[in-house]
Design a protein around this ligand. Structure first.
Ligand code: SAH
Length: 262
């Protein structure tokens, strides 16, 4: 790996499978004047082919050794290097519309996804390599084993699609888990019907807090028997049986009730 020793604490598993890399770049379809940022370029497996298509590429990288390479091994008029933690990076500084790509460090993938969600309005799309199990949770349908809080918290804002399975052998060092590429496209504002996102998040957290209990139990602080009837939701169901539409209905019902009518 041309002298770089992979660092576990930064979730470094470098892509080496050229066919997979080509498939990913094809799926991303970079266009010359795209405003694109790559999270964690590492040794450039995706960076180099992306740069072949782009006038300019932003990269956010935390590892100083890799930063040093980025400064010497790439055409500096085409790469804009942002040194630091992607979790703390203000993506608004890159302007809009923005495309985000990355083979994400798996140890911080959920917090990263929620960090990006804050910028959803200015984002065109995102393509990520993640642990396959996480991708399955993101795209899961209600009443399936993978369906949970992550599904409901992302599906109300993003259209998501699993594009590609990536086996451990595609990386050096090989991770212990299977990976997959997911595409996330923010839904248009008009399609996001949740009125109070904090309240929605609270209801979802309560409902999934005790996954095996009925909604009557987990949402007892929020909803009485009558309320369930009014919402047309069976209180004997569990969180895993409800989709985004039902959680939205509950949160908006609570929101309306909290606001004194004029
Ligand atoms: N994209 C490369 C590297 C993937 S490994 C490839 O596909 O081969 C993950 C990369 O993310 C590494 O370069 C690692 O240093 C970087 N990284 C890890 N944590 C990060 C963080 N919090 N912010 C920015 N980059 C991070």
């Amino acid at each position: 790996m041309s002298g770089h020793k992979a660092k576990k604490q930064f979730g470094q598993n470098f892509l080496v499978d050229q066919n997979i890399i080509a498939d990913i770049v094809r799926a991303i379809r970079p266009a010359a004047d795209d405003n694109m940022v790559e999270i964690g370029p590492g040794l450039g497996a995706m960076t180099r082919p992306l740069m072949q298509h782009l006038n300019k590429l932003h990269v956010v990288e935390i590892d100083r050794d890799i930063i040093a390479r980025l400064k010497t091994d790439y055409p500096q008029d085409k790469i804009v290097i942002h040194e630091g933690d992607a979790l703390k990076f203000d993506f608004a500084t890159l302007g809009t519309p923005l495309r985000i790509v990355g083979n994400l460090p798996y140890n911080i993938s959920s917090p990263l996804l929620f960090h990006f969600a804050k910028y959803a309005e200015g984002i065109t799309d995102m393509h990520f390599m993640l642990q396959n199990e996480v991708v399955e949770r993101m795209v899961a349908e209600p009443s399936t084993a993978a369906f949970g809080r992550l599904s409901v918290m992302l599906q109300y804002r993003f259209y998501m699609e699993k594009l590609l399975d990536v086996p451990p052998q595609s990386f050096r060092p090989a991770p212990k888990v299977d990976s997959a590429i997911v595409r996330m496209i923010p839904l248009p504002a008009a399609q996001i019907t949740v009125k109070d996102e904090a309240l929605y998040a609270k209801v979802v957290a309560s409902a999934f807090g005790q996954r095996r209990k009925t909604l009557r139990n987990t949402l007892r602080d929020y909803l009485a028997e009558d309320d369930f009837a009014q919402l047309d939701i069976n209180p004997q169901l569990r969180a895993e049986n409800l989709g985004v539409a039902e959680f939205t209905r509950i949160a908006n019902f609570l929101n309306e009730r909290a606001v004194p009518s004029p």
